[in-house]
Design a protein. Structure first.
Length: 217
């Protein structure tokens, strides 16, 4: 096996078998839903690189909205498929499956696992992000779960709240936004930095608002 990358906490590694030409990229280690195993991550090295580049563009863009939402359901997946174009998908880590969608000036990255789906939503501008986010609020769990760790994203969510576009469960979120300049709530004690696994950049200052007990250790 030729190793291409290691997860930044040593949980898993990506590589390609040496017994064939242009084979798939595999990921192996302590995978969340598969246990200690090796699964196919991407169809090719080209897809592996494309996924890394796509994720970087999505996660580095601002404003960035996030959610630790319930397990991905077909209604939510179908909603995204009806509006956006699919980008390369991957499997194994950090979720059982990673979906990527783009279009309408936005990018949506999903880390789908048993019991939870992490959402990452960025856009080329705040107007595009505002319009797209307003259309997500009827999807299961997203009203309560959406949050942002940057000022522009937190301000956007506050504006949607004031316009009556967010559920009343976000009233506490709005107060946190006003009091903490967009950094919503505090990271639970001991919460690790695994979530940027496999990337060279780690975000140690991330703040979580909803359901910290559901975060994966």
């Amino acid at each position: 096996m030729l190793v291409l990358a290691d997860e930044n906490q040593g949980v898993c590694s990506w590589g390609v078998p040496l017994d064939g030409d242009r084979g798939p990229v595999l990921v192996g280690g302590e995978l969340l839903d598969a246990g200690n195993s090796t699964v196919r991550y991407a169809a090719s090295v080209e897809d592996f690189i494309a996924a890394r580049r796509w994720d970087r563009r999505c996660l580095d863009a601002g404003p960035l909205l996030q959610a630790q939402a319930p397990e991905l359901d077909q209604a939510s997946l179908g909603h995204l498929q009806s509006l956006l174009s699919p980008a390369v998908s991957t499997a194994g880590w950090p979720g059982s499956r990673q979906y990527r969608f783009e279009g309408l000036g936005v990018r949506v990255l999903l880390w789908s696992a048993a019991g939870q789906c992490d959402w990452w939503i960025s856009a080329t501008g705040e107007d595009s992000l505002r319009a797209f986010t307003a259309g997500l609020l009827e999807l299961p769990g997203l009203r309560e779960a959406l949050w942002s760790n940057d000022d522009a994203g937190a301000r956007l969510l506050t504006e949607l709240l004031r316009a009556g576009r967010l559920f009343t469960a976000h009233e506490g979120c709005a107060g946190d936004v006003a009091g903490q300049s967009g950094h919503i709530a505090a990271r639970p004690a001991g919460f690790p930095s695994w979530w940027m696994s496999g990337y060279t950049r780690v975000y140690p200052d991330i703040h979580y608002l909803r359901n910290p007990g559901r975060m994966r250790a």
